[in-house]
Design a binder for this molecule. Structure first.
Ligand code: SF4
Ligand code: FES
Length: 256
């Protein structure tokens, strides 16, 4: 229960797994002295300090920016990737969202294409390999353009920016019953095909990225919409529709 200074205590069940080929299970922990403004990851830091002081092995989890930018902090919290709040990454989730004394379950993102490395850490390099197959502009587009030299309507620029907000966290994959990466790949394709610099490689890009997505073992999209609900950056299903249109267009154009 909370103390007079408002610090909270929690009962945790955390997935522990020593390595990729080792068995895993949920382990019970109690953590106390948690300020409501601490992030979920800071709460795990506190837990790890307690575990290390008691001579144990700290819980492995990923993080980098802790500002909702890098996409490395994926954790399934109480059954939902990144936790119960919409449009919030695990690193930006505050402990005030959990009542004092709450029981909280933390597990890794689960998907065939995201093998578990240790505890809550997964290998998300499959997403990097999809990007390596066309998720960039390789042609020389010259030096930085003068403002307004390349006219781009504001609504198009806004749409491209909305798609570019994807941080590659993989929550869309973890939430999808098919473990599909369609929301991620759709966002990466759309952010570039909308802008002049991305149009020259538009056909090759979508064909190669979709092919690599399949090769990595991601499932197909069956329109459940869980990805959109779990995405911390509000990437919409429209990105998947765009990817499909782009794929059909590219396939017809290339004759494959
Ligand atoms: S689409 Fe959303 S959930 Fe999927 S990787 Fe990008 S930011 Fe994460
Ligand atoms: S640690 Fe970078 S988005 Fe969470």
């Amino acid at each position: 229960m909370s103390t007079r200074n408002g610090l909270r205590s929690y009962s945790l069940k955390i997935w522990r797994q020593a390595g990729p080929d080792k068995p895993g299970n949920l382990v019970d922990y109690a953590v106390s002295g948690i300020h409501p403004d601490m992030s979920f990851l800071e709460m795990l830091d506190q837990l790890n300090q307690d575990i290390v002081c008691a001579g144990g092995e700290p819980v492995a989890f990923d993080s980098d920016c802790r500002e909702g930018i890098c996409g490395t902090c994926g954790i399934v919290i109480d059954g939902r990737p990144h936790g119960p709040l919409v449009n919030v990454t695990a690193c930006n989730l505050r402990m005030r969202e959990f009542p004092d004394g709450a029981a909280i379950v933390a597990e890794p993102f689960r998907a065939k294409a995201f093998p578990i490395v240790k505890d809550l850490v997964i290998d998300r390099s499959a997403l990097d390999r999809v990007i390596q197959h066309g998720g960039y502009v390789s042609i020389n587009v010259g030096s930085a353009a003068e403002a307004n030299q390349m006219p781009i309507p504001k609504d198009i620029a806004e749409q491209a920016m909305d798609s570019a907000a994807c941080i590659g966290c993989g929550a869309c994959v973890a939430s999808c019953p098919n473990a599909s990466a369609s929301l991620f790949v759709g966002a990466k394709i759309r952010q570039m095909m909308l802008l002049p610099q991305g149009k020259a490689e538009r056909t090759r890009r979508v064909l190669e990225m979709v092919q690599q997505m399949d090769a990595e073992g991601f499932g197909d999209c069956s329109n459940h919409g869980e990805c959109e609900a779990a995405c911390p950056k509000a990437i919409t299903l429209e990105n998947i529709a765009t990817m499909r249109r782009e794929y059909v267009r590219a396939a017809l154009k290339s004759g494959c």
